[in-house]
Design a binder for this molecule. Sequence first.
Ligand SMILES: Nc1nc2c(ncn2[C@@H]2O[C@H](COP(=O)(O)OP(=O)(O)OP(=O)(O)O)[C@@H](O)[C@H]2O)c(=O)[nH]1
Ligand SMILES: [Mg+2]
Length: 423
Amino acid sequence: MTLREELIEQSLRLEEMLDRVPEPVARELRGRIGELRELLLEQRAPRFALIGRRGAGKSSLVNAIFGSPVAEVGHEKATTSRGKWWTYQGELGTLEMLDTRGMQEGTTPEGADDETTPLESMEAALAEKAPDAVLFLIKAKEIDAAVDADLDGVVQLCERIRKLYHFRVPLVAVITHCDEVEPKNVKLHLPDDELEEELAEKKERIGRIEDLLAAKVRSRAELRDQFVAAHGVSAYQSWRPDGTRRADERWQIEELLDFLLDELPEQARVEFVRLSQVKALQHRIASRLTNIIATLCAGIAATPIPLADIAPITSLQTSLISGIGYISGRRMELKTAAEFMGAIGANLGTALAFREVARALAKVLAPGLGSVISASVAFGGTKAIGVTSAAYFIDGVSMEKAQTIFKRTKKKAEKEYEEEDLG
Ligand SMILES: Nc1nc2c(ncn2[C@@H]2O[C@H](COP(=O)(O)OP(=O)(O)OP(=O)(O)O)[C@@H](O)[C@H]2O)c(=O)[nH]1
Ligand SMILES: [Mg+2]
């Protein structure tokens, strides 16, 4: 069974179980299952609309996100690609990009289907699906008077999306070619090789360009509410004919991905952090997944139903491991996840024993607190499984280290849960 199938079955089984659980516990747990569904089941590729002049660096930005040459840089003809959704496929995932080329150029590209204007073809593409965010790309050296014409195009695009989907799509302005800002010879991607003052001077200039562009975007009342930020980057990479990378001069791409992640709907986040290969971002989503599942497991443990609750808890924990494995870029079998659970010392037997001991102790020590304590055991164990999986799969710590992390985190998380629940 795939992770997906397993999860579908699991969430159905859980929801069935919740029919016998009193409110408001059931409501809370249903909410958690819904979040889990969005994050793992309804998962899809992120969608961005790119708008920018020819050569602004749209294709390069796509490659900068993947870290590999999935989009052709420089030679695409204007004839084919306007107003169209493109699917870019890397080894680790997929991005969907709406190329709005031609929008601000006014001229009809040579050989283009002249029945449709750029605006019309863009509208047709937008009718298919809405982008999660609009990226307006402009070269650092082109933030001049002509930006107003570009912004007309951006306004048009955003208004269309609002009319069609009744939402204000987040707008991020990306300033490309920042490496070419004066002092030009100062390498942003190799800051340690540069003189501190010169680097500072360059960054200060880029900061001013960001402020200037942000002010220009905000001067458009139509865009103000959906504008997120103006962010300077360098997206330059170069590959040899044999496919190996010759140059990587990317700068501030990870930061850009960081706030794009914030703007994405839940459904697109797992795919985004997986293909981004940015560990910090993968950790963010892994920890969100961990918290959802840990709370869910605690809820199940605390539920006064006479079901063997160890089964749903264990399978949720297995899904957590495979989910984090997936985020890290692996394809994981559920069997591997179960083995991992055993290897870090979180196997079923231990969990069961812990629960029984906890229950027995709870009855002796504080009769009224039984469910709280066993819920804390379920919470702590699950949280520790998530934290350990993230350390192992995302950071690549050794199995030995993973075992230590598991033990330590489990105790800590149990305590945290008890304090929160009781206090
Ligand atoms: N120095 C530098 N060059 C860049 C950067 N981004 C893109 N380039 C270069 O700029 C040129 C155009 O980049 P593309 O990514 O093809 O631009 P585009 O917006 O896709 O162009 P069209 O598809 O023709 O509209 C290429 O030679 C890139 O290598 C950057 O951040 N810094
Ligand atoms: Mg291109």
